[in-house]
Design a protein around this ligand. Structure first.
Ligand SMILES: Cc1cc2nc3c(=O)[nH]c(=O)nc-3n(C[C@H](O)[C@H](O)[C@H](O)COP(=O)(O)OP(=O)(O)OC[C@H]3O[C@@H](n4cnc5c(N)ncnc54)[C@H](O)[C@@H]3O)c2cc1C
Length: 297
């Protein structure tokens, strides 16, 4: 087990110690992990994950930390931050396919798409994710989800690099096989179309404009999934919870499915507000809200 004194064999990896999750997460709360590693190539990812496996070291993987609630007490596990593992390249076999490494930010990926005239991923505009986080969460907006452009996903599973077909990713609304099996997403081949730059720019602008109304401030985006046939935000609003506050955690006045950290909210306050919202909606509408956000443990 890695401890604060002994990092023998891990010196070659770039790391941050301790890793203050309140500074790295978009919700701006949570304690520290002992150490976070920043692998920057497939070889480094594989070397690090192989070493963890050999040492029986527990770990968790994060992208841009925009859909996670880290605990106040911190975590013992080592953290793998993918952000520096962030290249993209056109597929040499099929010109419309691109391979993207897990840590590439959506904004950087869209710039790559503009440079290479690739269309189909514009709906990722403004989602503050890495591609790995988006593949894990099946991120999307307005009925468009990343699953629809996935050709295959490359993962680390049982000590090996494997390539999964789209079907093997078991994508569904805000769901993927990765939420259930502990695979580490290394990257994906995405199926795009070749088009002209103006079309891509216009499409990106369309999605950017649609997001202009979203709440500003520290948040995790939408906290709850939409129950079938309902909007979670509307249910929360109708239950009279807009503006409801516990400590520094507040239900947004603009979009009731967002919880805003108004300053120094603790993860506990945010969790208590989530529980309060769930109980209220259950009591008033007999509908069980389910979290979209992931609790880091
Ligand atoms: C202001 C705001 C707006 C948002 N708008 C949207 C939106 O419109 N649509 C939408 O879908 N989401 C939205 N989100 C939520 C969030 O951006 C997405 O869920 C995104 O996909 C998370 O990506 P990430 O890189 O931040 O992942 P993280 O938050 O770092 O991680 C999310 C989960 O994925 C796991 N994970 C991350 N990378 C890997 C990997 N390489 N291998 C294995 N597991 C991994 C983590 O362990 C964690 O469980 C929004 C969030 C914010 C703050």
């Amino acid at each position: 087990m890695l401890d604060t004194k002994s990092y023998f064999g891990y010196e070659k990896f770039t790391y941050e110690r301790p890793f203050d999750m309140s500074k790295h997460s978009s919700i701006g709360c949570g304690g520290c992990a002992r150490i976070a590693f920043y692998p920057s190539s497939l070889q480094e990812m594989v070397d690090l994950l192989s070493k963890f496996r050999k040492d029986s070291q527990q770990f968790l993987v994060v992208g841009n930390m925009t859909n996670v609630l880290p605990p106040d007490e911190g975590i013992e596990k080592a953290v793998v931050c993918t952000k520096k593992f962030s290249g993209a390249q056109a597929d040499s076999q099929r010109s419309t396919n691109v391979f993207v490494e897990a840590g590439m930010a959506s904004g950087a990926f869209l710039r790559f798409c503009c440079d290479t005239r690739k269309s189909g991923a514009e709906f990722l505009e403004g989602i503050p994710c890495t591609i790995g986080g988006a593949l894990y969460m099946n991120a999307g907006v307005n009925g468009r989800y990343i699953a629809e452009i996935v050709d295959s996903v490359t993962v680390w599973r049982d000590g090996k690099v494997c390539i999964l077909s789209n079907a093997e990713c078991e994508y569904a609304y805000k769901n993927s096989v990765f939420m259930h099996n502990g695979d580490v997403i290394l990257g994906a081949t995405l199926r795009l179309r070749t088009t002209d730059i103006q079309t891509i720019d216009d499409e990106i602008k369309k999605y950017r404009d649609r997001r202009a109304h979203l709440p500003k401030g520290k948040s995790m985006g939408c906290v709850f999934k939409n129950p079938i046939g309902y909007s979670a935000g509307e249910l929360i609003e109708k239950a009279g919870l807009k503006g409801m506050r516990i400590g520094g955690a507040r239900v947004s006045d603009i979009h009731a499915n967002f919880i805003i950290n108004d300053g120094n909210a603790s993860a506990k306050e945010i969790k208590n507000l989530i529980t309060f919202i769930k109980n209220t909606v259950q009591a008033q509408y007999k509908i069980a809200l389910e979290e979209e956000i992931r609790y880091l443990t």
